[in-house]
Write a protein that binds this ligand. Structure first.
Ligand code: FAD
Ligand code: A2P
Length: 275
């Protein structure tokens, strides 16, 4: 068999000498722009589902090149999972997209973030609102039993341009029902509402539009959001976050934080060009 050479393939610099190195245990490419991978978990790393850490590789000069990444696996998992974009000229992801099982990445074990259950007041229904890779923190929270212990109902709204971009989330949600730890709770409480905006699929439209028109409430057979019962977590591009915040405020929800739990919290899925 002839070995194929990929001219775009840039080998990652080995990071073995660093104390924060972790070994890649699995890689899955979902589309030409999206992949997920798993790495070993530092024994000392404790985090709350929904938080993010800094991960990366060494650059050509041997210096760590790090970026923020939401941990997509739940707090109880023995390994760590990440869900990543591939930016063609991105300093990190132009390299990171080529990692293979057995390679090492750098992982700074200092988890932080606002998308944690403790940053919200108790309520009846919890909404996860995500675009693109913004589903990553909710991939963690959807697999955490604490989510279902605190809420009677959980709605995962995920919107992408195309159907294939939804696949990571779709498979994750489908696998939940067979999960020995949370299968029963998720089957009873989790409602999944994926939509596309630039390709036909069973449910279409932006999250903001489906909330303001009331379509999502009608489709799920639930009342419109209200500050007494509903809580929300938001993760997407800056433009999405700004627009969805206005919608949530329109329903009377107020933005909370770790230090002051209220009705919704927001995290950027990435920092956009020029922002
Ligand atoms: P960068 O120089 O960092 O980015 C180049 C450009 O690519 C950006 O200006 C932006 O326009 C675009 N871009 C970057 N990231 C994304 C993205 N995720 N989706 C769409 N466009 C993007 N990225 C993930 O893939 N998964 C995560 O779980 C994740 N979690 C994050 C959590 C936080 C709190 C923040 C602030 C960012 C997160 N990011 C995540 C973005 C990540 O930190 C990097 O920006 C991304 O890995 C690209 O790195 P890069 O060096 O290749 O390009
Ligand atoms: P649209 O196709 O109508 O722009 P992107 O791939 O550009 O990051 O977008 C991911 C998804 O988020 C797309 O479905 C996109 O819809 C949607 N989106 C982008 N910006 C906003 C916004 N300001 N409000 C609501 N949805 C948005």
């Amino acid at each position: 068999m002839t070995e194929q050479t990929n001219v775009n393939q840039i080998p990652s610099t080995p990071v073995k000498t660093l104390p924060d190195a972790q070994t890649v245990t699995a890689v899955h490419h979902w589309t030409d722009r999206l992949f997920s991978f798993r790495v070993t978990r530092p024994r000392t790393l404790r985090f709350r589902s929904g938080e993010f850490v800094m991960i990366g590789l060494l650059d050509d000069k041997g210096k760590p090149l790090l970026r923020a990444y939401s941990i997509a696996s739940p707090a109880w998992d023995e390994e760590l999972e990440f869900y990543s974009i591939k930016v063609p000229d991105g300093p990190l992801t132009s390299r990171l997209q080529h990692i293979q099982v057995g390679d090492e990445i750098i992982l700074r074990p200092k988890p932080v973030g606002t998308l944690v259950l403790d940053a919200l007041l108790p309520g009846h229904r919890l909404w996860f609102l995500a675009t693109g890779t913004g589903i990553a923190p909710f991939a963690s929270l959807m697999r955490d039993p604490d989510t279902y212990e605190r809420y009677d109902e959980v709605v995962m709204m995920h919107t992408c341009r195309t159907v294939e971009e939804l696949e990571y989330g779709r498979e994750l949600v489908a696998a939940l029902k067979d999960d020995p730890l949370i299968g029963e709770m998720a089957a009873e409480k989790l409602r999944y509402y994926p939509t596309t905006t630039r390709e036909d699929s069973p449910h279409m439209g932006r999250i903001t539009d489906n909330l303001t028109s009331g379509k999502v409430f009608a489709d799920l057979g639930i009342p419109p959001m209200d500050a007494g019962h509903d809580r929300a977590m938001v993760c997407g591009s800056l433009a999405f976050n700004v627009d969805v915040k206005a919608v949530l405020e329109g329903f009377g929800l107020r933005e909370g934080a770790n230090s002051e739990p209220l009705e919704y919290v927001v995290e950027k899925a990435f920092v956009g060009d020029g922002i």
